[in-house]
Design a protein around this ligand. Structure first.
Ligand code: TRP
Ligand code: SF4
Length: 345
């Protein structure tokens, strides 16, 4: 398998692995912040993109009825965004039992301390308390092991580059520690130490200026219609000091509309909007209307692609079956080597 020599080679040889928890439809923040980048990466690297349905259980274990739907919604959104199953491997975590086996074996070697101090874990517990949760508010074994499972995801397919957002950096650090620990324990270089791939992506805030999140109800979903998009954009928070259209506005103080222009419009349009806002010649409602048009233009090809796949779900099943086969082929090789170095063959 991979040794440290291959690890040192250029990025061209790097295997990219990333995933998303399947918790429902994806929003424009996912697209701008993550998916757009995945779509670019698939042309440059061998890429594995995994629907983390087991990870979704870490907070939704008592509500599994939605799992099949969440999975398919996630994959439809990926395909809509432009992931091409000819160019990357798209698969479902729970269909690769090798990941669970590796998770178990890795868990034997990991000090609980490494996991307890994970800041992402603390954030998740807070979110859970805020109502995103399944049942109780206690810390489950599975949630504690979240980064271990994530490490198993990456290592089973030989991932060495992991495109993630800043919020996942702490997890990646744990993954590196785990890979290093395993190699040290078995005295062989079995795994790469996966590196994060931080790309300059656009952080799209929610329509209320907070982090975009379904639980804040401040999102626009990828699959929403043009009318639904308008109705949502209409609720966006602007510059609170501006009461009348003729008041001079301040785009810097505009909570959500101007920041969205900075992502969806070109520089010229941004400049015009800012100028007219300052001069008091632009009403916030008109400004939002124009923004909704821009958003809808950007999303049009994605929404059209989504419709095509929605109308041909058997094709999506075939994509997932082929993804499973490719990911599992790699996973079986990895596990064979892992069992062998642990004398479990
Ligand atoms: N934890 C990631 C998130 O919440 C999802 C994820 C699961 C992941 N497995 C992964 C990301 C492996 C990168 C690599 O977004
Ligand atoms: Fe924001 Fe546009 Fe209103 Fe200015 S005119 S405050 S940029 S919505």
């Amino acid at each position: 398998m991979m040794t440290n020599e291959t690890n040192n080679q250029t990025n061209l040889k790097a295997i990219v692995m990333s995933g998303m928890r399947s918790t429902g439809s994806l929003h424009l923040g996912h697209y701008m912040g993550v998916l757009k980048n995945w779509v670019l990466l698939q042309h440059q690297h061998t890429c594995y993109f995994m629907v983390a349905d087991w990870h979704a259980l870490t907070t939704k274990y008592d509500d599994t009825a939605g799992i099949p739907n969440y999975r398919i919604e996630t994959v439809l959104d990926w395909l809509a965004a432009g992931l091409d199953p000819e160019k990357c491997v798209i698969y479902i975590q729970s269909q690769i039992p090798e990941i669970a086996e590796l998770h178990l074996l890795l868990s034997m070697m990991i000090p609980v301390k490494w996991l307890e101090t994970d800041p992402t874990l603390k954030d998740m517990i807070t979110l859970k308390k805020a109502g995103e949760a399944g049942a109780g508010e206690e810390l489950n074994y599975g949630l504690l092991g979240y980064p271990v499972l994530q490490t198993a995801d990456i290592l089973t397919v030989g991932g060495s580059l992991v495109p993630v957002g800043k919020d996942q950096l702490a997890h990646l650090e744990i993954s590196r520690d785990i890979a290093r620990r395993f190699n040290h324990v078995v005295g062989q270089s079995v795994f790469h130490e996966p590196r994060p791939l931080l790309t300059e992506t656009s952080l799209l805030l929610g329509l209320d200026g907070r982090k975009m999140s379904k639980s804040y109800n401040n999102t626009v979903f990828l699959k929403e219609s043009e009318d639904e998009t308008w109705l949502k954009v209409k609720t966006a928070i602007t510059d609170a000091n501006r009461l009348r259209k003729t008041d001079a506005g301040n785009p810097e103080a505009c909570v959500a509309v101007f920041p969205w222009y900075q992502i969806f419009a070109d520089k010229t349009e941004q400049a015009t909007v800012a100028e007219e806002c300052r001069a008091g010649t632009r009403g916030c409602m008109d400004c939002k209307k124009q923004l909704a048009e821009r958003v809808n233009e950007t999303m049009k090809p994605l929404r059209e692609r989504r419709k095509l796949f929605e109308a041909d779900l058997p094709a999506v099943d075939r994509i997932l079956a082929s993804g499973k086969e490719k990911a599992q082929h790699q996973a079986q090789q990895t596990l064979q080597q892992v069992r062998s170095v642990l004398n479990l063959n």
